[in-house]
Design a protein around this ligand. Structure first.
Ligand SMILES: NC(=O)c1ccc[n+]([C@@H]2O[C@H](COP(=O)([O-])OP(=O)(O)OC[C@H]3O[C@@H](n4cnc5c(N)ncnc54)[C@H](O)[C@@H]3O)[C@@H](O)[C@H]2O)c1
Length: 444
C-alpha cells in the first residue's frame, strides 16, 4: 500500500503531501479524458496554468485537428492549442492506455439521454479504461454531469478494481463543469464546485482547481455537488418552461409576453427574468432534469413539476409550427419556410438537441418545404434527413413564404433580414424594435 507522510510542516494533517506539492508546483501531469466542450477548454486552462496535459478522445478527427494545432471548437482559438503544443505542454491520444499514468485524471465524457433515460455508459467505459492507469498518489476527478451518488457508488468501485483503495492509495473527487460556451466567460472565470470522497481527496481536488480557476467553492461531498449541478440546470429548465407556458396563453389574453417579462424585471428583488423560445436544447438543460427525475423516481418520489416543465418545453416546437401555420392560412403543405439558426443557442456551432431542428421537423411533418441558414452549422440531421445550410441568405429570404427566426446569432443583420422577407415569425424577440410592422413581423 502507498503511504505518504500526512503531516505538513505546520503539523496539520494534510493529504498526500507529494501529490499536493505536485499541484502547487504545477509539476503534476494531467490527463483529460474527453476533449469536447468541457474537456478541451479545461485542458487549455490547465496548460495555460503551467501543467503538462495529455488529452484522450475516441474521435480521431478531433485528435487530427488538435495535432495540427487546429481547434475543433469555435470557443477555443487555434493559437491556444498551437501555443501549448509548441511549448510541449499538450499532447493527445485516442487510447487512455497512452495517458501513461499521469498524476491527475479528469473525466469529461458525455452523459446524454438514451430513449429518454440517463445514459452514463460513457463514464463507466472511461472509468474501466482507466483501471490499468491507477497508481498510488493519483487523483481522479469526474467532471461529467451525473446522477447523484455516481462518484461514490459507481466510479470508485470501478477504479478500485485496480487493486488500490480510494482515499487511501489514490484520491477521487467530483467537480461539475458549469461553463457556458457562448457566454464569453472563460472556464477559469466560472466559480468551480469541488468535492472529494474523503478529507484527503477533498483537499487535493480543492487545491488542484485553486491552481486553475479564480474561485473555488467546496461542497461537503460529491453527492451534494452532483445534486447541485442538476439543481442549477433544472432551475433553468423549469423557469423557461414557466415563461414558455405563459407565452402560449398571453397572446389570447391580449398581452405581449416580452413586455410583461421586461416589466416584471424592473422589480428589484424576488424575480429573475427568463425568456420564451422555440424550446430548450443543448447537452445540459433538457438532459440534466431527466437525471434528477430518474434518481427521484428510484427513490419513490417522482418530481412532477420537473416532468411538467420538460413536457411544456418539448411542446414549444409544435406551438411554433401552429403559430406559423396560422399565419399561412392554416396550412403548411407546400409552403416554403426558411429557418434562421440551427444551433441550440446564439453564437455557437452546437446543434445537439436543438429546438430549432425540432421546429424544422414539425414543419416537414406538415408538408412544408424547409430550408435553413446558420453561419455556424453547415449541416444538421433532422428526424428524416440531413439538411445543409443555404449558402446565400438574401435570395432565400425573398423566396420564403415565411422566415422563422429560431437562433439569434449576433452576426445576422436583422434589418437586412427584415427588409428581404415577406413574413417573419420571431421566436427570440430580436426584431423587437421593428414590431410596428405588425403585418410582417410576428413574435412568439
Ligand atoms: N457542453 C457544455 O456546455 C457542458 C457544460 C457543463 C457540463 N457539461 C457536461 O460535461 C460532460 C461532457 O460534455 P461535453 O459537452 O464536453 O461533451 P462532448 O460530446 O462535447 O465531448 C465529450 C468527448 O468525450 C469523448 N469520449 C467519449 N467517451 C470517451 C472515452 N471513453 N475516452 C475518451 N474520450 C471519450 C467524445 O468523443 C467527445 O469528444 C457531460 O456530462 C455534460 O453534461 C457540458
Amino acid at each position: 500500500m502507498y503511504v505518504e507522510p500526512l503531516l505538513d510542516n505546520t503539523g496539520i494533517v494534510t493529504p498526500s503531501i507529494s501529490a499536493m506539492e505536485r499541484i502547487r508546483t504545477r509539476t503534476a501531469r494531467v490527463g483529460v479524458v474527453g476533449l469536447g466542450y468541457v474537456g478541451l477548454p479545461l485542458a487549455v486552462a490547465l496548460g495555460d496554468a503551467g501543467f503538462d496535459v495529455v488529452g484522450a478522445d475516441l474521435d480521431q478527427s478531433k485528435l487530427d485537428a488538435l495535432k495540427e494545432g487546429r481547434s475543433p471548437l469555435d470557443c477555443i482559438a487555434d493559437s491556444s492549442i498551437g501555443g501549448l503544443i509548441d511549448a510541449g505542454r499538450f499532447e493527445v491520444t485516442t487510447d487512455a492506455a497512452h495517458l501513461n499514468s499521469p498524476d491527475i485524471i479528469l473525466i469529461c465524457v458525455p452523459t446524454p439521454l438514451n430513449q429518454g433515460e440517463p445514459d452514463q455508459r460513457f463514464v463507466m467505459e472511461a472509468a474501466e479504461s482507466l483501471i490499468p492507469q491507477i497508481r498510488p498518489g493519483m487523483i481522479v476527478v469526474l467532471e461529467s454531469t451525473v446522477i447523484p451518488d455516481t462518484t461514490e457508488r459507481m466510479l470508485v468501485p470501478v477504479l478500485e478494481a485496480s487493486g488500490y483503495k480510494a482515499e487511501v492509495d489514490f484520491f477521487v473527487g467530483f467537480s461539475p463543469e458549469r461553463v457556458d460556451p457562448s457566454s464569453g466567460l472563460d472556464v477559469v472565470d466560472v466559480p468551480k464546485l469541488v468535492s472529494g470522497i474523503g478529507p484527503q481527496s477533498a483537499a487535493l481536488v480543492e487545491e488542484l482547481y485553486r491552481n486553475i480557476v479564480r474561485t473555488v467553492v467546496p461542497a461537503s461531498s460529491p453527492r451534494v455537488a452532483e445534486f447541485t449541478k442538476l439543481l442549477e440546470n433544472t432551475f433553468r429548465d423549469v423557469n423557461i418552461a414557466l415563461v414558455n407556458e405563459l407565452a402560449q396563453v398571453a397572446r389570447d389574453m391580449g398581452v405581449d409576453i416580452w413586455e410583461a417579462i421586461d416589466l416584471a424585471a424592473t422589480k428589484p428583488y424576488g424575480y429573475t427574468p427568463f425568456y420564451p423560445g422555440p424550446g430548450v436544447g443543448g447537452h445540459c438543460i433538457p438532459v440534466d432534469p431527466v437525471y434528477l427525475a430518474w434518481r427521484a423516481e428510484v427513490a419513490g418520489k417522482p418530481l412532477s413539476m420537473l416532468q411538467d416543465a420538460r413536457r411544456v418545453n418539448d411542446s414549444m416546437p409544435g406551438f411554433v409550427a401552429d403559430r406559423v401555420a396560422e399565419l399561412l392560412d392554416g396550412d403548411l403543405a407546400g409552403k416554403k419556410i426558411l429557418v434562421i439558426g440551427a444551433a441550440f443557442k446564439k453564437d455557437i456551432e452546437d446543434a445537439r438537441n436543438s429546438a430549432s431542428v425540432d421546429v424544422m421537423d414539425r414543419f416537414v411533418e406538415r408538408g412544408a418545404e424547409v430550408l435553413y441558414h446558420d453561419p455556424y452549422c453547415p449541416s444538421v440531421k433532422t428526424a428524416t434527413r440531413t439538411l445543409v445550410s443555404v449558402p446565400d441568405l438574401i435570395p432565400e429570404l425573398e423566396r420564403a413564404d415565411c422566415v422563422v427566426i429560431c437562433t439569434d446569432h449576433s452576426s445576422y443583420d436583422w434589418e437586412e433580414v427584415l427588409g428581404s422577407s415577406r413574413l417573419i415569425f420571431d421566436t427570440r424577440n430580436v426584431l423587437a424594435s421593428f414590431v410596428n410592422d405588425e403585418a410582417k413581423v410576428h413574435r412568439l
